[in-house]
Design a binder for this molecule. Structure first.
Ligand code: ZN
Length: 435
């Protein structure tokens, strides 16, 4: 029986749509599948259970429909590999800023000190604004441009706002950022210098997050809030793709991830999971979340066997980037840590401060407190038996120490000034000197 004209049109339309679609979105809770939609940030069904001030319900993950089946011969950035594995309509929407493609360092002196011959450091402090958050901001701003949004807003402890400001400065988009007024002065200065419209909030990051949600709904701004916007996870997955490629497609045994909202961890998990799905690696690394003692509810939830965190009122730490009362990506992060066979570890502020100078002295990498928490967490994970010294381990360093000079200053002792005379210099450095 011949198909009617309407049926033929519908079939052709569906064929065209499926030919054009490069990805779809899948709910991390109910596995519901959705087509791309500029207004769609979370699963409509699961977000019905959303409670204010708690982790995001119905976080969506991107599913690439026609992924590559082999690694490129060249560097990731110089091939079309990333274009194929990211949910981009067109690369013309990407801001002209070199984000990602950061080095994986062999850190020979730190290896010797720790007795870990197969330790690497992923130095993401080398991103344009000095943090991993540039990866998410680059993709989110590209999607905003593709969707026709002129203003992009985010809540942030500091780095995400600075990253959004930097990328928008390069692309010419408008960045509105809400940050706790107590954020490190250098971060505030940096985002202002990039030209972002900054609203310091008299309150916590969690207060800024909720206000940003209201503002985006009211004013029609594109919401970059981490975890809520699925492209934040997707941007950060590039970390995992780079690590696997830099290790010649070998999977590390464990990756140490400083964790606040749990989105970097979720992004790293997503990247390795995608590579598994595409047949480009054959196993997942264990993911080890590191949190400061003063903001540690992801680690507590892991220990207590919970699927979600209990908000930690009054969370505080020198590692400002990790200070979150209710990690917004908690549900997904907890599930991915457990699935990887990994775990969580807490570190004290003193251990974090000590790790800033130690990491800098032994590797040449100057990290902000949240990033130095990686090394403090490695010490703790070794002591707790979560990691063996002969395993292949990657430390993520997620932000530069230049972002928080005040905290870094606590990790060193400033020497007293001397008069410009050789005798005084000899005395200072215990050199023999006779005149
Ligand atoms: Zn759902």
């Amino acid at each position: 029986m011949p198909l009617c004209a309407l049926c033929v049109s519908v079939v052709i339309f569906l064929m065209l749509e499926s030919a054009m679609a490069r990805f779809r979105l899948r709910c991390s809770e109910c596995a519901g599948v959705f087509s791309e939609d500029p207004q769609l940030l979370v699963c409509p069904k699961c977000s019905g259970h959303q409670e204010q001030g708690r982790s995001i319900r119905g976080v969506l993950e991107v599913e690439i429909l026609d992924p590559p089946t082999r690694w490129p011969d060249d560097a990731l950035g110089s091939s079309d590999f990333l274009q194929r594995v990211l949910p981009l309509g067109d690369s013309k929407f990407l801001a002209p800023l070199p984000v990602g493609n950061t080095p994986l360092l062999e850190v020979s002196r730190l290896r010797r000190e720790l007795g870990m011959p197969r330790l690497w450091l992923k130095d993401d402090s080398r991103n344009p604004s000095g943090s991993t958050k540039d990866r998410a901001s680059l993709l989110v701003t590209a999607k905003a441009a593709e969707y026709g949004f002129s203003t992009i807003a985010t809540a942030s402890t500091g780095n995400a706002a600075t990253a959004l400001a930097a990328v928008c400065a390069a692309s010419g988009q408008r960045a509105v950022v809400l940050v706790p007024a107590g954020a490190p002065p250098t971060k505030l200065t940096q985002m202002l210098a990039y030209g972002a419209e900054v609203a310091p909030i008299e309150g916590s990051y969690d207060d800024a997050f909720e206000l940003c949600m209201e503002a985006c709904a009211e004013f029609g701004w594109y919401n970059r809030n981490t975890a809520l916007n699925p492209f934040t996870l997707e941007g950060k997955k590039t970390l995992a793709l780079e690590i696997a490629h830099q290790l010649s497609a070998e999977t590390p045994d464990a990756v140490i991830v400083p964790s606040g909202d749990g989105v970097i961890l979720g992004g790293v998990a997503k990247g390795f999971a995608d590579l598994m799905t595409w047949g480009l690696i054959d196993r997942m690394p264990r993911l080890i979340a590191v949190q400061p003692e003063g903001a540690s509810n992801l680690v507590s939830a892991l220990a207590d066997g919970l699927d979600d965190v209990i908000p930690m009122s009054g969370a505080a730490s020198v590692a400002d980037s990790l200070v979150v009362e209710a990690p917004r990506n908690a549900r997904l992060a907890l599930a991915r840590i457990r699935k990887s066979g990994g775990g969580g570890i807490t570190v004290s502020d003193d251990e974090i401060i000590g790790a800033i100078a130690r990491l800098a002295r032994l590797t040449g990498v100057f990290a902000e407190p949240a990033a130095a928490a990686s090394l403090a967490g490695l010490d703790a994970a070794l002591a707790a038996g979560l990691i063996d010294r002969d395993e292949r381990v990657v430390l993520l360093v997620t932000g530069t120490g230049l972002k928080d000079r005040e905290a870094a200053a606590r990790s060193v002792t400033m020497p007293e000034a001397i008069r410009p005379e050789l005798g005084h210099l000899a005395e200072r450095f215990n050199m023999n000197f006779r005149r």
